[in-house]
Design a protein around this ligand. Structure first.
Ligand SMILES: Cc1cc2nc3c(=O)[nH]c(=O)nc-3n(C[C@H](O)[C@H](O)[C@H](O)COP(=O)(O)OP(=O)(O)OC[C@H]3O[C@@H](n4cnc5c(N)ncnc54)[C@H](O)[C@@H]3O)c2cc1C
Length: 407
């Protein structure tokens, strides 16, 4: 590769900043220009993680990490081996940002403020010589011979550069990616990922705020099954188990127009036999107690009462009066409870786009376009997205860093 003289990075988000910094550091003689269409940079970083920025996940095993990416998955191995969680962690620490890990593995700046991440990215880019241009909306990329690109802006202004890295983020509408499709890149139609489930016809919404800590959620008609805490909300269900299911099923659920059924195992730590033993033991040992007063399920009391009532069992009935048939019915509702989902709701304004520039058009060792030399991609503009927990930023840092090398 001849030495790059002018490198344009389009989109000043997480991936764009990392790509620009990496490009400036790997190619110190090049001029790196970072273009942002709005008057704000790193907008999503600033609002991410409820203003704290869940910058990465405490998952340093690459094979385990890959399972967090329903779109991308094993194909991301190459970039994570070049610049993975360890390098990301070290990068932030070496640049003066201490990170802390929460119980569930999410990592945040120890300041608990996303501004810390915004500041370190902006300062590092500036120190590396990256030139930022705000309010510079790129509308077209035109190959200029074999050795250059002409960038066209919404103002009709143009600029010629010899390398381009596209980091424009997810586009909720396919139309937003037309300018990249014009470059003969295949676009996987975008659909949302990471959302909660609406259940307007289900009475369980009366239990809003109740959490089943070890639930399993299965999307009926698919192989998708997730585990984790399930939160009942006033509109339906949320929590890690639901968000993960929405991510794994993003495309299928869009095809169903968000009308589908889920099956819930309320406490995944017990299988059928374990429940049978537990309930039979309760019937013996607590024979005189009322069903509502003795809750062996390890589920919140309100949920236990709800499940009894859902089966038409009086909470005043004694355990001795339950009988084998009802024990089996109870096991059925504990392990095989179904709910009708009608629609979705965005999770705390956090969403990612499933879809984007197709990965088979990209060399995933370098992030270079297989169609055009001198064109690279990084971040959510690609058909890469993850479950919640810091993995989406991880993909942005890793792909941005690798793209900036211009390999
Ligand atoms: C509310 C919210 C909270 C989130 N919280 C987390 C979290 O805590 N942890 C996590 O891992 N993920 C989180 N995510 C997801 C994460 O923010 C994204 O995956 C990540 O920002 C993607 O980075 P990106 O650089 O690819 O795209 P973006 O951050 O979307 O950046 C793209 C940039 O390009 C600019 N741009 C677009 N088109 C053009 C153009 N034609 N010309 C010039 N500029 C252009 C945009 O204005 C934008 O500034 C959150 C998302 C949301 C919405």
């Amino acid at each position: 590769m001849e030495n790059p003289k002018k490198i344009a990075v389009i989109g000043a988000g997480a991936a764009g900043y990392f790509a620009a910094i990496s490009a400036a550091q790997h190619h110190p003689n090049a001029q790196v220009e970072l273009f942002e269409k709005t008057d704000k940079v790193l907008g999503k970083v600033k609002i991410s993680g409820g203003g704290r920025c869940n910058v990465m996940h405490h998952c340093f095993d690459i094979d385990a990490l890959l399972t967090a990416y329903p779109r991308g998955g094993k194909k991301l191995k190459g970039i994570f081996y070049q610049f993975g969680p360890q390098q990301t962690h070290d990068w932030f620490e070496q640049n003066g940002v201490a990170l802390k890990t929460e119980k569930d593995g999410r990592m945040f700046p120890s300041t608990n403020s996303s501004q810390t991440i915004v500041d370190v990215l902006m300062n590092t880019a500036q120190n590396a010589g990256v030139v930022l241009h705000k309010q510079s909306h790129v509308t077209q990329l035109l190959p200029n011979g074999d050795h250059a690109w002409q960038i066209r802006f919404a103002t009709q202004a143009t600029m010629t550069v010899d390398y381009v890295i596209v980091t424009t983020g997810g586009s909720p509408k396919k139309k937003g990616l037309d300018w990249l499709a014009q470059l003969d890149h295949k676009i996987v139609p975008p659909v949302p990922s990471l959302f909660t489930f609406n259940m307007p016809n289900e009475k369980i919404t009366a239990l809003k705020g109740v959490v089943a800590s070890h639930a399993q959620v299965q999307i009926v008609g698919t192989k998708i099954a997730t585990r984790g805490p399930l939160l009942v909300t006033h509109w339906g269900m949320s929590g890690p188990a639901i968000l993960k299911a929405s991510s794994l099923g993003a495309r299928w659920l869009a095809e169903q127009d968000y009308t589908f059924t889920i099956r819930v195992r309320w406490n995944d730590r017990y299988n059928h036999n374990a429940w049978l033993n537990l309930l039979q033991e309760s019937a013996k040992k607590h024979a005189q107690k009322q069903l509502g007063n003795h809750n062996p399920s390890e589920l919140p009391q309100r949920l236990w009462i709800y499940l009894l009532e859902r089966m038409g069992l009086s909470t005043h009935r004694r355990w001795s009066e339950l009988g084998q048939k009802n024990i089996h019915r109870l096991i059925d509702v504990l392990t095989n409870d179904t709910y009708a989902v009608l629609g979705k709701t965005t999770f705390k304004d956090e969403f990612v786009t499933c879809g984007g520039v197709a990965l088979n058009n990209i060399d995933l060792q370098s992030m270079r376009s297989k169609i055009h030399p001198r064109l690279y991609f990084a971040g959510e503009v690609l058909d890469i997205d993850a479950i919640t927990g810091g993995y989406n930023f991880q993909a942005a840092w890793s792909s941005g860093f690798v793209a900036g090398k211009l390999q």
